[in-house]
Design a protein around this ligand. Structure first.
Ligand code: AMP
Length: 278
């Protein structure tokens, strides 16, 4: 496993390596959700590259960039047994050298939900993903359904900008109590961690009703919201959405595939999760 920190060296390593190349972009503090993406990339490709980069441009000014967990040595120890070939862990200066001034501005699919709550977030995501795809030129890139809207944004940008990358989306990996694994779960106090499964429970309530045949999206949003509101440690509900799974337009009646998604704050920790209906 080669650990690379400069863009020149990474570009050269990727040019010389065996194809197909599978890329797993991460911000580090790796958990079982990330490792599933790496395992799948290993199965599918001759070369596996993992990037570990806390991308400052996708954090808002009041967000958790400063305290985001950093655990490079531990991350490398988790990746070694998975036979990863290349790890790219650049500094901010490597990715955004002084004078950097070009952005990738994603369209409609980035406007709602996380895009509305976190202005500029998807511009930062789209920009860094485009830069990583351009530098590494992967054949496939692996993303988690946990960040459902991000998957749609990345798919769209890969298509629109002719990046020639096959975007593979894998299911959300969960703790035993249903909480979606996330590097941010480390922020939760023991009480909040105890309460946090309410997020998935709310989505499961909606999914259960949907399975029973309910197709009125507002009814599903209401049961999910009621479940979230039943937990006193949920301090804010940013959204409860039942939207078209491709466009993320909020639905009235569910006909095709839908994505039910929620974003809440437990104290100062913001949690997001989603399930696909259909
Ligand atoms: P992050 O390090 O949070 O930027 O995540 C890197 C990649 O791992 C993204 O594609 C995430 O969607 C994915 N990911 C994060 N958490 C999970 C999870 N619990 N299950 C599956 N994929 C995940």
């Amino acid at each position: 496993m080669r650990v690379i920190t400069t863009r020149q060296e990474m570009a050269q390593a990727c040019r010389q390596t065996a194809r197909p190349l599978g890329l797993v972009p991460t911000m580090g503090a790796l958990h079982a959700g990330h490792l599933e993406l790496v395992r799948r990339a290993r199965e599918d490709n001759s070369t596996v590259a993992v990037t570990i980069f806390i991308n400052p441009t996708q954090f808002g000014p009041k967000e958790d960039l400063g305290k985001y967990p950093r655990a490079l040595e531990q991350d490398l120890a988790l990746l070694r047994p998975l036979s990863v070939d290349l790890v790219y862990a650049p500094s901010v200066e490597q990715v955004y050298p002084s004078g950097f001034d070009t952005w990738v501005d994603p369209g409609k699919v980035a406007v709602r939900l996380e895009g509305a709550c976190r202005p500029g977030h998807f511009r930062g995501v789209a920009t860094v993903v485009t830069k990583l795809f351009t530098l590494i030129r992967p054949d496939r890139a692996y993303f988690g359904q946990k960040d459902g809207q991000q998957c749609l944004v990345v798919r769209q940008l890969a298509r629109d900008l002719d990046l020639g990358v096959d975007v593979v989306v894998l299911p959300t990996v969960r703790e035993h109590d249903g909480l979606a694994m996330s590097s941010r779960n480390a922020y939760l106090t023991p009480d909040q961690r105890w309460a946090a499964p309410v997020v998935y429970r709310a989505l499961c309530r909606a999914e259960q009703l949907w399975r029973e045949g309910e197709r009125d999206a507002e009814t599903l949003r209401q049961v999910a919201r009621a479940e979230l509101e039943s937990e006193p440690l949920v301090e804010a509900i940013d959204y409860v959405s039942v939207a078209d799974a491709d466009t993320l337009e909020e639905l009235d009646a569910i006909q095709g595939k839908a994505m039910a998604s929620v974003a809440v704050s437990l104290g100062r920790t913001r949690l997001i999760d989603n399930v696909i209906l259909g």
